[in-house]
Design a protein around this ligand. Structure first.
Ligand code: OSB
Ligand code: MG
Length: 373
């Protein structure tokens, strides 16, 4: 596969609702849209980092730097037959997983378009529809939170995830249980805001019968999580701590979690995501696809990976309108029936780019021609 040209478009879009977590308040999201040209095809990728290094060490700025200075030149001069080769090509470069994943995603889209098959099929996906949930940020009042939950439940979302932190945990979750009952699929995401010293606060959540608690402890920890999992009944799901197949292996071996949230960007691309999926399948660790408030291109990649058989828990890939007034793809991602998204059947990511919307929110464009052609 020869890549002739890569275009990076820096886009910044306002969110429909501010997104508040234990680490930041986001009013808008910026990302790099990657357009990879080869013959008659264009492959699309999207960087998923946040604007600040608060979730992981990467930002849109570090990704631009890595792409321009290292990853694009490396890709241009390397021989590539299959998208899995990209992992090997990028292996001399330490970490910067979201930068690697942004380019690798475009390679996967390009490859499946050249093969004339949907990206989901190229990845080994088997589902025709996927179950999806919604991740709700912290709200000003419990009433606001309950209204949000009610709205998303009425759209049929199959998992309600609520952001928590010490001091904003038991009470809002208990209110949701009181109001909507113990049957709704409810979970909490702490984004590393607790330590083992908070063990009693976390234990107090057990009777709420949550599906799971996501990443309660430090972003780089698997030892303390293993200690915590032994003393609580709520299953722990790791997000931030899982950045590779190796880290997933070690977390499973240590008993640091019972569930894994797979994010394509955090693990360095679709090939690594697929390997983690396969490992979890062999170890009876259910997986689901996490989100990074993606624009339509990143969202389409999430839909494709979620079609793999062991994505048995509804992910965070909600419909476009939960985030954006208008999305950068056509058609936008919509619920095809309550809480479900239909996996596209046309080649590649299965959505067209809506360049008009991209242009509306475009900050800059940079073009890189392959010098070795
Ligand atoms: O921890 O899962 C997270 C968004 C940005 C960064 C980290 C996280 C999130 C979300 C939102 O929870 C998921 C989504 O709706 O895309
Ligand atoms: Mg999370």
């Amino acid at each position: 596969m020869k890549i002739e040209k890569i275009e990076l478009q820096h886009v910044k879009m306002p969110l429909v609702n501010p997104f508040v977590t234990s680490f930041s308040k986001l009013l808008e999201k910026d990302f790099l849209l990657i357009k990879m040209y080869s013959g008659e095809h264009i492959g699309y990728g999207e960087s998923v980092a946040l604007p600040d290094p608060t979730y992981s060490e990467e930002t849109t700025g570090t990704i631009a730097h890595m792409l321009e200075q290292f990853l694009i030149p490396l890709l241009f001069k390397s021989h590539m037959e299959h998208p899995d080769d990209v992992t090997t090509i990028f292996s001399p470069i330490r970490r910067n997983n979201m930068a690697k994943a942004a380019l690798e995603g475009a390679v996967w889209d390009l490859y499946s378009k050249k093969q004339g098959i949907p990206l989901s099929k190229a990845l080994g996906g088997t589902r025709t529809t996927i179950d999806v949930g919604v991740s709700i940020g912290m709200e000003k009042s419990t009433d606001d939170l309950l209204r949000k939950v009610e709205g998303y439940l009425s759209e049929g979302y199959k998992k309600i995830k609520v952001k928590i932190k010490p001091g904003y945990d038991f009470e809002p979750l208990a209110k949701i249980r009181e109001t909507f009952g113990y049957d709704i699929p409810l979970m909490a995401d702490a984004n590393s805001s607790y330590t083992l010293a908070d063990i009693e606060k976390i234990k107090k959540l057990d009777p709420l019968n949550l599906l799971m608690i996501e990443q309660p402890l430090a972003y780089d920890d698997i030892i303390d999580h293993s200690v915590l999992q032994k003393s609580i009944s709520t299953p722990i799901c790791l997000d931030e701590s899982i950045h590779s197949l190796e880290s997933a292996k070690k977390a499973i071996e240590l008993g640091s979690c019972k569930i894994i949230n797979i994010k394509i960007g955090r693990v360095g691309g679709l090939s690594e995501a697929k390997k983690i999926h396969d490992l979890c399948y062999q170890n009876d660790i259910p997986v689901w696809c996490g989100g990074m408030l993606e624009g339509g291109v990143g969202r389409a990649h999430n839909i494709a990976i979620t079609s793999l058989p062991y994505f048995t828990i509804a992910g965070d890939t909600s419909a476009s309108n939960r985030y954006w007034n208008e999305d950068i793809i056509s058609p936008e991602v919509m619920l095809s029936s309550p809480g479900k998204i239909t996996v596209p059947t046309t080649p590649g990511i299965g959505y067209d780019l809506n360049q008009e919307v991209v242009n509306k929110y475009l900050l800059s464009t940079k073009t890189f021609e392959n010098p070795s052609l």
